[in-house]
Design a binder for this molecule. Structure first.
Ligand SMILES: [Fe+2]
Ligand SMILES: [Fe+2]
Length: 240
């Protein structure tokens, strides 16, 4: 691993671990109703992956069709393949989590069941502000923070005991395996844009800003499993 790669991971580390801690505390006590609450929010996220960077699965799928004739002209085939793969995987994340939602609700899911919570909306705005600067380095920083180092899924895949926990563990294992690959791909991309210490600093700043907002997004969807004070001291204590 190059030094820069370690620097990027260190920048995100306390925030990623905080996402894990929030999820762990939530799952330890979650009622069926708590599961339903967070699933509505997570399902929205899967249908609108990396909101602010992507524009919802429907539009991204349409754009992918339009991009096809440009493959190996303006668009690298490897990049195009990664895009297709990511869209298929994100749709599958929706599929597996919607199955849990239906199990809990005892009825079919409808499009109105998903919800974009306030902090998720803010996260989209933070990403959009970087993307609008049209700077490949900042785009790569947005990509690098996708999925928060897969920490929610790392915790979720260890659940056991109840039926809902077993269903969740299976779904989260699937998502973890995918998100882990996304993260490796995006890390490679991010490193290719760092040519100086100044670039590194700019990328680290963006990674920290986005990652912090990700933590508030998790706190909201996991019903304040950690308080604001607990989150702030956790992040300080886990800085690298
Ligand atoms: Fe996903
Ligand atoms: Fe993802």
């Amino acid at each position: 691993m190059s030094d820069y790669e370690q620097d990027l991971i260190d920048a995100a580390w306390p925030y990623w671990e905080c996402e894990a801690e929030i999820a762990k505390r939530f799952y330890a006590k979650a009622s069926d109703e708590d599961h339903i609450f967070y699933l509505r929010a997570q399902l929205w996220k899967e249908l609108n992956p990396v909101d602010g960077f992507f524009n919802g699965l429907h539009k991204e799928l349409k754009d992918a069709v339009d991009m096809y004739p440009k493959v190996d002209k303006e668009i690298d085939r490897h990049d195009y393949h990664f895009l297709l793969l990511q869209l298929v995987q994100e749709f599958n994340h929706y599929v597996v989590l919607a199955d849990i939602f239906e199990h809990l609700m005892g009825r079919p899911i409808s499009p109105d069941d998903t919800v974009q919570l306030t902090e998720e909306k803010k996260l989209g705005d933070v990403r959009r502000a970087y993307v609008e600067q049209n700077d490949p380095l900042l785009n790569a920083a947005v990509g690098f923070t996708e999925g928060g180092g897969a920490r929610l899924f790392r915790e979720g895949k260890e659940l056991n005991g109840s039926k809902v926990n077993e269903l969740t563990a299976k779904a989260m294992q699937t998502i973890f395996d995918d998100e882990h690959d996304h993260y490796m791909e995006q890390a490679k991309e991010a490193l290719s844009h760092i040519k100086s210490e100044e670039d590194l600093q700019r990328m680290k700043d963006a990674i920290q800003k986005i990652s912090e907002q990700r933590v508030w997004m998790r706190a909201e969807m996991f019903r304040d499993a950690m308080t604001k004070d607990e989150i702030e001291s956790f992040i300080e204590a886990n800085r690298r």
